[in-house]
Design a protein around this ligand. Structure first.
Ligand SMILES: NC(=O)C1=CN([C@@H]2O[C@H](COP(=O)(O)OP(=O)(O)OC[C@H]3O[C@@H](n4cnc5c(N)ncnc54)[C@H](O)[C@@H]3O)[C@@H](O)[C@H]2O)C=CC1
Ligand SMILES: N[C@@H](CC=O)C(=O)O
Ligand code: NA
Length: 433
């Protein structure tokens, strides 16, 4: 049996996980593919103590791997944009199939990469790029291909969910938990991608493209991270019967597609509200299936390697018995529709507001008046007194559904009130239905 030869570029968290899963499970993988898969070469700047590379060719120049005539599949696990893109395009032009976990690259340059792959008749697979170990790309693109998707929503950043969970459950400070997420290998090289929602937005962009048959449009998405969520917000939300989660949401409407990433209050009894730690989850609502929910680890060495290796196995099977592979984004490029991405101003949802006020008589009336003038109904309101001798208080309000542009106008007026300290914390409320 002629082996399928793989070259792994990058031996960090995901690279080492991939090396170890491929090595450890080689027997069962061979049984599944019909051909052994061997790691022909590793491209890395330095060794990884968890990997025994003593019987593998190792180079410090990853482009050696992309050009190695013996290699069938190049696995890009270095991350980042320029070098990674160059590496993948070099591999493609050398006739190699590619597996990557790089959501930033796929979300922002995927249209070009998939075009190059098509021209060169090779496969670019990227299951690990969205929600780590959860097979969500396959689910959307293959398992649900009979459906018209109505909406999807997910917790799609493990680091962010780990931080919110630890802050809420154990009262740990943001910075300390972020540091732990970095040590555990969950965070991106630049962790602002995690905490400011950019990573989740990359993943949402990819899922929305598959769900709605539209080209990748990362730059049109709305992105807000978790860095402004305070322990107080988590506690107030809990008292109101909600949990705060960082969500990516994409919904088809008659005017276009919503594409937005932001923290949200979710009713505590919804399954998504109880996805904790590094777990990710995606709910997909579609016409034939109704609703399905996936849950699993969104980051970490071997959970992510599980998806990388599954892609390698798919390609190896295809080399053994050539068959038609799914289009990378689920639709043929001619069938992709340039669907309009809606401005966040168009969305409609309820809001949680936390307004820090001077604790003077009349301030509640003033707040209610502004909301009333804008036709915004209040569904709950509580005042959280400041500490003794502190003349400030937090007023916490839940509104009913309102258009975002109207809420923005109301917030501007509220922030202009004499007794209100700016800015007003506002978090969208999502029922996920
Ligand atoms: N860590 C995780 O849980 C997940 C990561 N990803 C993605 O997987 C990719 C890799 O992430 P990690 O393994 O976490 O990163 P990492 O930083 O642990 O590993 C990257 C490795 O690539 C090496 N590298 C970078 N540029 C290189 C170059 N030019 N030549 C040789 N080596 C080079 C680095 O030295 C490092 O060892 C990224 O695209 C990331 O977004 C995707 C899903 C989960
Ligand atoms: N940094 C990412 C890694 C997986 O995609 C995350 O925390 O989810
Ligand atoms: Na995945």
């Amino acid at each position: 049996m002629k082996p399928v030869k793989v070259g792994i570029c990058g031996l960090g968290t995901v690279g080492s996980g991939t090396f170890n899963v491929l090595t450890r499970n080689s027997e069962s993988i061979t049984a599944r593919t019909g051909r052994p898969i061997i790691i022909e070469q590793v491209g890395t700047r330095r060794g990884n103590p968890t990997c025994d590379t003593s019987r593998t060719s190792v180079t410090t120049d990853i482009f050696d791997v992309a050009r190695n005539p013996d290699i069938d599949i190049v696995v890009e696990l270095i991350g980042g944009y320029d070098v990674a893109k160059d590496l993948i395009l070099t591999a493609i032009s050398n006739g190699k199939h590619v597996v990557t976990a790089n959501k930033a690259l796929i979300a922002e340059h995927g249209n070009e990469i998939f075009h190059a792959a098509r021209e060169n008749n090779v496969i670019v697979a990227y299951e690990a790029a969205v929600a780590g170990g959860i097979p969500v790309i396959k689910t959307l693109r293959e398992g649900l291909s009979a459906n018209d998707v109505n909406w999807l929503a997910g917790i799609i950043n493990g680091t962010g969910n780990f931080i919110l969970t630890e802050m809420g459950d154990k009262n740990r400070p943001f910075e300390e938990v972020l540091k732990e997420a970095q040590e555990l290998g969950y965070a991106e090289a630049d962790p602002t991608f995690d905490v400011e929602g950019i990573d989740a937005c990359h993943k949402l962009t990819i899922m929305a493209s598959i769900a709605f048959g539209m080209p990748l449009q990362f730059n049109k998405a709305f992105t807000e991270g978790i860095s402004q969520v305070t322990p107080g917000d988590i506690q107030y939300a809990e008292e109101l019967g909600y949990r705060i989660k960082h969500l990516g949401i994409s919904r088809k409407t008659t005017k276009g597609v919503e594409l937005r990433v932001h923290p949200a209050l979710i009713p505590a009894d919804r399954p998504m509200a109880n996805i904790n730690g590094v777990l990710n989850s995606v709910v997909i609502n579609a016409d034939a299936i109704g609703e399905t929910m996936l849950v699993g680890p969104g980051a970490g060495a071997e959970p992510t390697a599980s998806s990388v290796v599954a892609d390698i196995i798919d390609i190896a099977r295809n080399l053994e018995t050539p068959q038609s592979m799914p289009f990378p984004l689920g639709y043929s490029s001619d069938a992709m529709q340039p669907v309009e991405v809606l401005s966040v101003d168009e969305i409609e949802c309820a809001y949680y507001l936390r307004i820090h006020v001077n604790d003077h008589p009349g301030v509640i009336t003033a707040l209610s008046s502004v909301l009333g003038e804008n036709n915004i109904n209040i569904s709950a309101m509580t005042q959280k007194a400041g500490r003794e001798h502190d003349m400030h208080a937090d007023v916490v309000i839940l509104t009913e559904t309102v258009r975002e542009s109207v809420m923005k106008q109301a917030l501007t007026k509220i922030e202009a009130l004499q007794d209100v300290q700016s800015p007003v914390a506002h978090i969208r409320v999502e029922a996920l239905s």
